[in-house]
Design a protein around this ligand. Structure first.
Ligand SMILES: Cc1cc2nc3c(=O)[nH]c(=O)nc-3n(C[C@H](O)[C@H](O)[C@H](O)COP(=O)(O)OP(=O)(O)OC[C@H]3O[C@@H](n4cnc5c(N)ncnc54)[C@H](O)[C@@H]3O)c2cc1C
Length: 417
């Protein structure tokens, strides 16, 4: 049953939040995980993203760098046949393909097994502070507003909503320079031999554009079969939206759905094997790559990422290259990590600079926009979330901010650091 006081409250049930809640609960603390949707997974499930990235290095002898909660998720997905074997993208990155529906089930089972309390359908809407400390949060549910106190809080909301409402330092989105959002589209009725490589998509879209089909944004993109099905999921419909402005989101999502229908028309006419294709679903939510950036004690930099930096207070590893989506019609641009290895993420990047009981998890951690384009992937979000949950669980104990104790608990819980 929901209580009104916890050791650790985590806002947001994506990869970062799930791992934070499990980490805190496995450390023996009373943890609450709050999610405004009716299921877990964050963008993996709201936006139908088909692969977890950041689990394996790109090196030719690829190494798994994601342990702890991330490997618990992997193992359970395997047990439930909710994933495929790791595979290389057309750019050589190693991805872990997942089935989004099984992901919902696996994540909620793992959270419940950890002993954390899961509260869905509840949205953070207010925060009360006492000096530099968050005292309580208020959740909006369909029934009522609910106030909850805790020793420590983790913002895993992706958009930095707890950061914002608590007055924690952050930067607001610079919409013109934000990475594009993309609405994913799932196609059924595709022949099993259809080629969905970037080159095949490019050739079909060029013909669609030449034939005057509109609106189409990307000239090519990434598409793959969804684990356990013949359906194809494609990342094509780019839109520049302000993720914090509902009106901008509304217009962007309407335009993106029109794009999805235009891509269907294009592929039915110009992509062999798509003659009988139809749209199974879009989104449901447009995928948002970038939003607020929280300011922590240390902002991880693009140089740290590409130079495979090591740090004394490492609590996680990142191995996804810097991947930027800054053009409406072009493919993403990569900057590779030295030797296709991994960099270390310091605890300082997970600690709000001005709120002393607030930790950051997932794509909200403190970094510059280059590093952000690497740390935002879900494999890395599981890892930073796991560490944030454990660090938060030590608030007001003798090991508070004790990096050796935090690293020790992470290792005890299976993390690879
Ligand atoms: C188009 C696109 C394609 C991508 N492809 C990949 C890919 O292939 N592989 C990969 O690993 N990554 C991919 N990413 C990146 C990745 O999906 C995100 O960066 C990642 O989901 C971040 O995880 P997170 O836990 O920080 O946040 P999110 O997944 O965004 O989860 C945040 C959660 O917080 C909840 N929330 C927000 N505000 C509140 C509130 N006020 N109260 C309660 N709950 C709240 C949200 O509902 C959400 O469930 C892609 C992103 C996009 C946009």
């Amino acid at each position: 049953m929901l209580q009104n006081n916890y050791d650790v409250v985590v806002i947001g049930g994506g990869a970062g939040g799930v791992a934070a809640a499990i980490g805190a609960a496995q450390a023996g603390k009373k943890a609450l995980l709050v999610e405004r949707s009716s299921y877990l997974g964050g963008q993996a499930t709201h936006c139908s993203i088909p692969t977890y990235d950041g689990f394996f290095t790109r090196h030719e002898n690829s190494e798994q760098i994601a342990g702890g909660v991330a490997s618990m998720v992997m193992e359970k997905l395997k047990q439930y046949r909710g994933c495929g074997e790791p595979l290389r993208s057309p750019w050589g990155n190693v991805m872990f393909p997942v089935n989004n529906e099984m992901t919902k089930i696996v994540l909620e089972e793992l959270v419940m097994q950890s002993g954390a309390h899961l509260l869905l359908n509840s949205q953070l809407c207010d925060v009360v502070r006492n000096g530099n400390t968050i005292k309580s949060i208020t959740l909006l549910t369909d029934g009522d507003k609910v106030q909850i106190t805790a020793q420590a809080f983790v913002d895993a909301s992706g958009d930095g909503n707890l950061v914002y409402l608590s007055g924690a330092e952050h930067t607001s989105p610079d919409v013109e320079n934000l990475q594009f959002g993309s609405l994913l589209t799932r196609f059924g009725g595709v022949a099993s031999e259809a080629d969905v490589s970037p080159a095949a998509l490019r050739a079909a879209i060029a013909q669609g554009k030449a034939a005057g089909i509109t609106p189409l944004s990307k000239d090519s993109g990434f598409a793959m079969r969804i684990v356990g099905t013949e359906d194809v999921i494609a990342i094509l419909c780019n839109e520049k939206v302000n993720p914090l402005d509902a009106d901008s989101m509304t217009q962007g999502q309407i335009r993106a759905r029109k794009q999805a229908m235009a891509y269907l028309d294009t592929f039915k006419r110009f992509l062999p094997g798509f003659e009988q294709a139809y749209v199974i679903n879009t989104g449901p939510h447009i995928g948002i790559r970038e939003s607020r950036h929280a300011v922590g004690e240390y902002a991880l930099t693009g140089d740290d990422v590409v130079n495979a930096a090591t740090v004394d207070d490492a609590i996680a590893r990142g191995c996804w290259p810097i991947e930027r989506h800054t053009s409406a019609n072009k493919m993403q641009v990569y900057t590779w990590i030295k030797d296709d290895g991994y960099y270390e993420i310091p605890l300082r990047s997970l600690k709000s600079i001005n709120i002393d009981n607030l930790w950051l998890a997932g794509r909200i951690i403190s970094c510059d926009s280059e590093a952000f384009a690497s740390v935002r992937v879900m494999g890395t979000a599981f890892l930073t979330g796991h560490a944030a949950g454990i660090a938060a669980s030590m608030k007001n104990t003798s090991t508070e901010n004790d990096i050796a104790a935090i690293q020790c608990e992470l290792k005890r819980q299976g993390a690879l650091i």
